[in-house]
Design a protein around this ligand. Structure first.
Ligand SMILES: Cc1cc2nc3c(=O)[nH]c(=O)nc-3n(C[C@H](O)[C@H](O)[C@H](O)COP(=O)(O)OP(=O)(O)OC[C@H]3O[C@@H](n4cnc5c(N)ncnc54)[C@H](O)[C@@H]3O)c2cc1C
Length: 390
């Protein structure tokens, strides 16, 4: 028996086996053997999810050895990368080929397959989540076959598995749609939340990236905007809020303090009133919470289980120290988010049932149909996934 825990330590598991994968053949053999033995198999990326996506199965497979840029097509602006690649390794490696990710999240410690599993995103009203960048995938399926999928080949499998929740198989490689390398200039400043909300539409429209953190029990928000620049990179890099360098040097941040997090995506025009409702909750009821509320934007997409599926989106995240109780706070926040037609981030805390998730995601039944077609024995479902399945 092995021990595993996620980044925050809040979730832990004792699988029969923790298996390190060094080749696609090994991944395929493990998938087939797990199915034949009737055991459940879940992959782990960097363990940065707050939701029970990795825990409580029989076998956990760690694919971080399948890492790096495998090939690039500079004409198409695409790159095949190992499924276990950590995002922070991809920035410099893609840049050597003149390519870059269009966007990334607050940190770059996740694996690429883990990040696309949950629709991980950064901020930017014209920018979509990482799952939308997946133009191809190689997946070791439950029967031991390795299948390649894209818009041209096994297209339904590709469409469904761009946001895959670890439920289709072991992803050994992903093809990503990239941009030509670009540099970014970051600025950040503190201002009263009321002033910020009054200017928010312009700030979002006039900056490639715009986000803010509001600190409960204060009137202050910390705003950050990031834009493309032709200015040369400035080294040594400045601190967060003052960097000017390549995209992969400016976008990620250091977030060392262990916490839990709930995040919901609401329709873009519902962002400000939803934020104000969360602010009232913190001002009037959860007056002890000191962790900030984060506000970001995300462009509409066509990824089946994306929280931004067919709608421009604002994401609002609430946090709590990992050693403090969070359930009452998060349940109260969730009630507000649901009032604003919110959809939960797949990798963060939520209390929704499968029926509730089904109502939020128009392609829910299709996603499960395609998933079940490649894993009829449910090898790749853990108890959480079984609990929410139709
Ligand atoms: C400090 C911190 C900051 C964060 N910032 C952001 C942010 O800015 N934006 C945002 O959207 N989210 C953010 N998140 C959430 C995080 O990006 C997601 O939870 C993401 O899914 C974690 O990636 P991971 O590599 O750690 O995957 P894991 O949590 O290890 O796994 C996630 C899912 O991917 C599956 N999986 C992983 N690898 C494979 C593979 N090779 N094949 C098949 N399935 C696989 C797992 O089975 C699981 O279902 C943050 C989380 C933390 C802790």
């Amino acid at each position: 028996m092995a021990n595993w825990q996620n980044w925050s330590g809040r979730l832990s598991s004792k699988p029969d086996q923790l298996s390190f994968i060094y080749s696609e053949d090994q991944a395929a053999a493990l998938a087939k053997a797990s199915t034949q033995a009737g055991k459940s198999l879940r992959a782990v990326g960097a363990g940065h999810s707050h939701k029970e996506l990795v825990v409580d199965g029989d076998i956990i497979a760690d694919l971080q050895a399948l890492s790096g840029v495998l090939s690039v097509d500079t004409d198409q602006g695409t790159a095949w990368v190992g499924g276990g690649s950590k995002i922070h390794t991809l920035g410099p490696a893609l840049h050597r080929h003149g390519l870059a990710l269009a966007n990334q999240g607050d940190i770059d410690q996740q694996s690429i397959s883990g990040a696309t599993a949950t629709g991980t995103h950064g901020t930017g009203a014209t920018l979509q989540n990482l799952s939308t960048r997946v133009t191809g995938a190689r997946i070791a399926l439950a029967n031991g076959d390795v299948v390649e999928c894209s818009a041209q080949q096994n297209s339904e499998l590709w469409q469904a598995s761009r946001l895959h929740l670890g439920a289709f198989g072991l992803i050994t490689a992903l093809q990503l749609d990239c941009l030509p390398s670009y540099r970014l200039q970051e600025r950040s400043w503190t201002l009263p939340l009321g002033d910020l909300l009054a200017d928010l539409n312009d700030l979002i429209a006039n900056n490639r990236h715009c986000e803010f953190f509001w600190y409960p029990q204060t009137d202050s928000a910390n705003l950050k905007v990031i834009n493309p620049t032709d200015a040369p990179a400035q080294y040594p890099l400045g601190g967060e809020g003052e960097r000017c360098a390549w995209n992969f040097e400016v976008l990620p941040n250091h977030r060392p303090h262990l916490h839990t997090e709930m995040e919901y995506s609401v329709p873009a025009d519902q962002g400000p009133p939803c934020m104000q409702a969360i602010q009232s909750l913190l001002n009037n009821t959860f007056t002890d919470v000191r962790w900030p509320v984060e506000y970001r934007t995300l462009a509409a997409d066509d990824v089946w289980l994306s929280t931004a599926y067919q709608r421009d989106t604002v994401t609002i995240s609430v946090h709590q120290d990992v050693n403090l109780p969070d359930a009452d706070y998060y349940r109260a926040c969730e009630e507000i988010f649901l009032d604003f037609d919110g959809r939960p981030h797949w990798g963060k805390a939520n209390f929704l049932s499968g029926d509730q998730l089904a109502k939020q995601h128009a392609k829910w039944a299709d996603w499960w149909r395609v998933r079940d077609s490649v894993d009829p024995e449910e090898t790749f479902l853990n108890p959480y996934m079984k609990a929410i399945r139709p």
